[in-house]
Design a protein around this ligand. Structure first.
Ligand SMILES: Cc1ncc(COP(=O)(O)O)c(C=O)c1O
Length: 452
């Protein structure tokens, strides 16, 4: 690690003396300046580097584009790479959106979500239904990190500090069978968590609700919890019945991460709007997109008001060039099926940890988006005291041993509950999965001895 003195002019994500400095990376491995090797078990900070590090075709495409030009004013010009990427996205879009949608390119997941919400609002304004503004979301769901979106998402810790500063949108309980908020069991519950949306729309007033937003597999707020079978079908029906747009937040789940181009395909449902980022360029360069059904854009176009969103660096040709190659890499290397197959093996190995360790309560996931949840007591599912910072300590024990993972907390009503996301690049091999799980085992032995 470089010493703390040489790191004193940068604000890092945590107040530590020093951070390892990554020097180079290849495949699933990161190497720091001191020669330590780390498995990138989180694929970037949290579910980003789907295709692994060092893919030359992506680097070369970005280089070629930079040779031509780096940026041109998006309010006056288009660029060939964004047009090509628009075609590529449309040809991969789910269900009836396929080749029947248009895409708005941004830079971060947060701005993709913000733009999705702007789009829903502008759509209803254009239809002369101006009372429709509210976006219903779920507790223990996460949608981004600006102050407005903090009022939408349901990650208690990340919204708390800004509480008086945003519009507090309505929330329904999460689809979280391990700790069902209704204390019911699937399928006898008849998906009460999905039906809660209708209750909330009725209570809020259908005339006030513009959209419902949800992640197909909840990432940072629940540690890889997929919605149960049938959930999004019920949600779709309720949205249609009440003239509410369905936004799916695929910032983590798209581009092969859960075995499909878009995670929502697992439920066979077509949303109205999709927000996505991260794996779109596999982290080689920032890019995000807000994809909506053609019919939605047509309403706005007919109103003659341009789409009222946008940041300076949107529609960036270098990012678009990188994303095109990253998406092609997923296709050419059959990473959708690898995500399903090797993801199933990873989940099996994580389930071995549930059998072996008292403090691992559940392993879960879909495709290569997996996670574990820590408990004090397996039978009662009692979480650890948040003061013990269990997931943070586990993250550090893994890092010491050469594995980078992503800690999550707050699955129990936003205040307690520790989880880890285990989301390596989709190019990981079964042997490398074993290597990753072995490091988790060593870290668990240490942590369990300290905690019990
Ligand atoms: C589901 C989801 N939506 C939105 C975001 C925000 O994306 P970004 O950090 O790129 O702004 C994240 C980030 O982790 C996320 O997981």
């Amino acid at each position: 690690m470089t010493d703390s003195k040489s790191q004193k002019f940068v604000v890092h994500r945590a107040w530590r003396d020093s951070f390892p400095v990554i020097d180079h990376a290849e495949g699933i491995y990161l190497y720091d300046t001191e020669g330590h090797r780390y498995i990138d078990g989180a694929a970037g900070s949290s579910v980003v580097v789907n295709i692994g590090h060092g893919v030359q075709s992506v680097i070369e495409a970005m280089y070629q584009q930079s040779q031509k030009f780096c940026f041109g004013a998006p309010h006056l010009f288009s660029n060939a790479k964004q047009e090509e990427l628009g075609d590529l996205v449309a040809s991969r879009a789910p269900g009836s959106m396929r080749n029947n949608c248009r895409t708005w390119f941004g830079t971060t997941g947060t701005d993709a979500v913000d733009s999705a919400i702007r789009l829903a609002r502008q759509y209803f304004l254009a239809l002369e239904q101006p009372s429709k503004y509210a976006v219903i979301a779920r507790w223990q769901g996460f949608h981004g990190n600006n102050i407005f979106v903090s009022g939408v998402h349901g990650h208690t810790f990340r919204r708390k500090s800004y509480f008086p500063m945003y519009v507090n949108m309505p929330h329904i309980p999460p689809a979280y069978c391990y700790r069902c908020p209704f204390e019911l069991t699937y399928p006898a519950c008849r998906l009460k968590c999905a039906r809660a949306l209708e209750t909330m729309i009725n209570e809020t007033g259908e005339e006030n609700v513009a959209a419902f937003i949800a992640e197909p597999v909840v990432g940072a707020a629940l540690g890889a919890v997929p919605a149960p079978e049938g959930y999004f079908e019920v949600i779709r029906e309720i949205c249609d019945k009440h003239n509410v747009l369905l936004i799916v937040d695929e910032v983590m789940t798209a581009w092969g991460r859960v075995g499909y181009w878009f995670g929502i395909e697992h439920w066979g449902v077509t949303p109205d709007i999709i927000a996505t980022a991260k794996g779109m360029s596999s982290g080689y360069t920032p890019i995000s997109s807000t994809i909506a059904k053609e019919a939605i854009w047509q309403v706005i176009e007919a109103s003659k008001v341009p789409f009222l969103a946008g940041h300076t660096m949107n529609q960036n040709p270098i990012s678009c060039a990188g994303a095109i190659e990253a998406i092609k890499y997923v296709e050419d290397h059959d990473l959708l099926s690898k995500s399903t197959q090797i993801g199933a093996y990873l989940l099996k190995r994580l389930n071995d940890l549930v059998d072996e360790f008292e403090i691992v309560g559940q392993a879960r996931g879909l495709g290569m988006m997996c996670g574990i949840e820590f408990v004090q007591d397996k039978k009662t599912k009692e979480p650890f005291d948040p003061k013990l910072k269990v997931s943070g300590r586990f993250e550090m024990e893994c890092l010491k041993r050469g594995l980078s993972l992503f800690q999550c907390a707050g699955c129990v009503e936003g205040v307690a509950g520790d989880m880890m996301l285990v989301t390596p690049p989709l190019v990981i091999t079964p042997k490398q999965v074993d290597e990753l799980v072995d490091i988790m085992k060593q870290a668990l032995k240490v942590l369990q001895a300290e905690l019990l």
